[in-house]
Design a protein. Sequence first.
Lengths: 440, 263
Amino acid sequence: MEGESIYEVDSEDGVGADIISTVEFNHTGELLATGDKGGRVVIFQREPESKNEPYIQGEYNVYSTFQSHEPEFDYLKSLEIEEKINKIKWLPQQNAAHSLLSTNDKTIKLWKVTERDKRPEGYNLKDEEGKLKDLSTVTSLQVPVLKPMDLMVEVTPRRIFANGHTYHVNSISVNSDCETYMSADDLRINLWHLAITDRSFNIVDIKPANMEDLTEVITASEFHPHHCNLFVYSSSKGSLRLCDMRASALCDKHSKLFEEPEDPSNRSFFSEIISSVSDVKFSHSGRYMLTRDYLTVKVWDLNMETKPIETYQVHDYLRSKLCSLYENDCIFDKFECAWNGSDSVIMTGAYNNFFRMFDRNTKRDVTLEASRESSKPRAILKPRRVCVGGKRRKDDISVDSLDFTKKILHTAWHPTENIIAIAATNNLYIFQDKVNSEMH
Amino acid sequence: MGEEEGLHQTQLLDTMFVRGLKRKCFDGEEDIEGTLAGFKAIPSYNLQRQSLLDMSLVKLQLCHMLVEPNLCRSVLIANTVRQIQEEMTQDGTWQMINTQSAGQTSLDRLVSTDILCRSSKEQAEGKLVPVYSTFAKDCEGTQSQDNSEIMSTVTSPQVPRNLQSNMWEMENPQENRGNFQKSLDQIFETLENKSPNTVEDLFSEVDNSYYDLDTVLTGMMSNTKMGHCDLETFPSQTSANSNSNCKSDLNELDHIVEILVES
């Protein structure tokens, strides 16, 4: 699958605060939200298609920017709480306004995004600037009328869900019932009602009585897209647990445990670390789950717990470099994964600003690069290749010259079209497949 | 370690760990010659494994010092450390069995692994990581069978003495094991109870055995100022470790203190 680079957003200073930490399309794909390390959220809106200017069809432009979270200080533990946005999830749209949840390590906030394109004019008691009129000058009464104005996007915090988590929140997921959502930290998962902020239900708790016995943490979790009682959570040991909230109030006992037995020939001291699942996503159909661990992406069928139905190697050439990657901490990088709208193609990021796509039907895969040098606006991406010794073609990159500081951790796929959003450090890339703009 | 050196070392580790892993599975019935041939490569494997262990400990301590450590990362590193120690314990047993013909050296080695297994019980603070206590039991379980064969020439009163002398003359391997057992304890406990002095907390207990020496020295100095040395103050401060060897060390300390006082 080849794409076309449409748009690139570059934040101003490019240092620290502007590293993009999450990317998420809304349910129609009209809006795209990004969160960054500085606690800001930037929402992009897709320009409507226009017959007059077909070449700007589908461009995403900045719609709104707001500061979601600020750094805080936990006085009890003498620790700073980072303002970095870990996850953003859109709520299904129920009226003219858009709503999204954004979270940092500790606090989840519900934001309402509204448009204002009219304003009332002709008040009796106030003048144009809002100052009170001198009543002696008022001779007649008038009814204020709504006049059009420049579009203004207002974002207001509607709910703040605080003090629910002792550990760092890694995932949030809105339930299909559109009333509840869950938030997961390293050891616990809480269920919230969107309208209630002063309490939440704890539905999973894997904290051992003695912290010395701790060997496993929760790494990601998600609600099933259709069944409001089902959710899955992944662990640092590479297992997935599907839980049914109808079974009990505390879902410590899973309904299904998805775990692939370890391959003894590949066993090393790093086996557990590379098996840790960094992301889990249900397919749009709800039948499959996609997981990402350090070297592979796997597709699981909900009906089969013993092993995944498909396994794709993302960058197996790193298997012999695990000790170096352990030393420089890259082995702990958490890559995300994504499905396309029809669940036929899966995508995930890698190093050197590469990202990979796997077609489940044709079994073909491609490596593409998101970089300013290689993609001018509307340039066509060409596939990249990493060579592992042996014969080397022109434009191949050798494993040793990969840049491990350029990692694509966050990617998102438009819900229906072949449009992808790639976050590369502080740059947001949006690629479109112009050749096949409809799903196939 | 310098960056270049570190890179080189880890490159070596990369190749070592890719190759050396298949030797991990030792069954009881494997032919001895095969394992002996394997052992020729093992010393460097051990070195690399030790290096990985040291690296992991540094990582754990570093994240201990961070403002808010990443719990997932800490848990994964701690599990790696446990895994290495588990393997080292198993290999230690293997080395002992294969060198039983070596005589005196084997006894020393036997004692040192015995300490490894017992040190988790005889730590001054009495803190136990449950994982290590089970290892200790496993170790003792296997050793009791071998003790009857190999230890026949060594009388039981002598073993405690060797044990104690080795504890006093603690070299790095023992220290490391004691250290990281305590490190894992403290890391998980203090992850809940964060304080700015986490580093000092970590090290304050590690050096406890030497703290006693310091108090001894101070005690000795104050006593010498008074005109006489009171050896009886010593057992009250280090009652857990009092034995004949302590007294010999104490005499040395006495000697050193006299020199200090005179100068």
